[in-house]
Design a protein around this ligand. Structure first.
Ligand code: SF4
Length: 76
């Protein structure tokens, strides 16, 4: 697997954040909008359970590169 293009999923049980590393331009919009969930210096760098589903969806929509997407767990 190419480590420069990973797809990772993080869920809070209700919504799942999908992050594609190859698309991320490190603009940090996600970090500014929701620092409880997105903290690039820690591992895992996304902790979805630290936020509400509404706030997660709002933050994903602000990602400028398309690196972040989400799906609802109960509709997959
Ligand atoms: S907002 Fe999107 S492009 Fe910017 S750091 Fe977060 S995931 Fe990467």
């Amino acid at each position: 697997m190419n480590p420069d293009n990973l797809t990772k999923e993080y869920t809070n049980g209700e919504v799942t954040i999908v992050w594609q590393s190859g698309k991320c331009i490190h603009s940090a919009n996600c970090v500014k909008n929701n620092p409880d969930v997105f903290h690039p210096k820690e591992k895992p760098w996304i902790t979805a359970e630290a936020s509400t589903t509404e706030k997660i969806i709002e933050t994903v929509h602000k990602c400028p590169s398309g690196a972040l997407t989400f799906y609802m767990n109960n509709t997959k």
